[in-house]
Design a protein around this ligand. Structure first.
Ligand code: SAM
Length: 253
């Protein structure tokens, strides 16, 4: 796991706010799963509960958030005044959940952090009941190749290429982990980012890749962005994101 999550935890939500598109996608994921109060939803790598808490307001099911990083979970617990969600420190490779207990498992922006994806997928399958589903949200290789910060930090694409494999690779891995079927939806999003926001995000190393750059490359890239900001505070950068939204199902009973 990247060590950067302990450091970023207090600023995580401010640096990576949930977008209306994320929320709409979450609503659709839950509508498709048609959960009832007796069901269990597990978010693996729930972080600060950025998605888990809205999710818990949208479903009657029991919700468990699992994350390896204690400081991310501290932030999540502090936001969950009514203790609606059970926050558990644990690993994607050894979930603190019994066999076949869950109807839905989510992994949102997590698989790029896993060194042993098939093992984590097999663990998700273990905790899913017959006919249950794993929802994986990640970026595509095209997203990595066209990432809006690449011109400032050329190593981002080099670091992220193996972390964000093609959907076909993930599909094969999910099948190898024992899922009966896998569907992928590719979604394109375009956003104009104010330079002020970009600089704040980069200063906060809002993506784990920024924390993996050599210090000199990080400093030079940030300096170029700060120069852009100094020249024109109203400047914007266009961020194009391409998501792979994958649904893997266990065999029906
Ligand atoms: C990029 S954050 C995403 C958090 C959340 N899913 C969201 O979208 O806001 C990735 C999270 O995965 C967690 N994580 C990384 N590797 C993990 C592992 N092996 N087991 C459990 N959690 C892990 C990190 O601690 C971090 O909180």
């Amino acid at each position: 796991m990247s060590p950067s999550f302990a450091r970023i935890a207090p600023q995580y939500d401010a640096l990576r706010p949930l977008s209306s598109t994320d929320r709409a996608r979450l609503e659709r994921t839950l509508a498709d799963a048609a959960l009832v109060a007796q069901d269990l939803v597990v978010e693996v790598g729930c972080g600060t509960g950025r998605l888990t808490l809205p999710l818990a307001t949208l479903t009657p099911a029991r919700v468990v958030g699992v994350d390896a990083e204690a400081r991310m979970l501290e932030v999540a617990r502090a936001k969950d005044a009514s203790a609606r969600v059970e926050w558990v420190r644990g690993s994607a490779y050894r979930l603190p959940i019994p066999d076949r207990a869950a109807a839905l498992v989510l992994m949102v922006m997590v698989v790029h952090l896993l060194r042993q994806r098939v093992r984590a997928f097999a663990e998700a399958r273990r905790v899913l009941r017959a006919g249950g589903r794993l929802s994986v949200w990640t970026f595509t290789p095209r997203h990595v190749a066209e990432f809006y910060l690449n011109p400032y930090f050329p190593s981002i694409a080099v670091i992220d290429r193996p972390r964000f494999p093609p959907a076909e690779t993930l599909t094969a891995e999910l099948r190898r982990a024992g899922f009966a079927s896998v569907e992928t939806e590719v979604r394109d999003e375009v956003r104009r980012m104010p330079i002020t926001e970009v600089v704040d995000r980069v200063r906060g190393r809002y993506i784990s890749t920024l924390a993996m750059l050599r210090p000199l490359e990080y400093r030079l890239g940030l300096q170029r962005l700060e120069e852009l900001l100094a020249q024109d505070r109203s400047a914007t950068l266009t961020q194009r994101s391409e998501w792979a939204i994958m649904t893997a199902r266990t065999a029906a009973a």
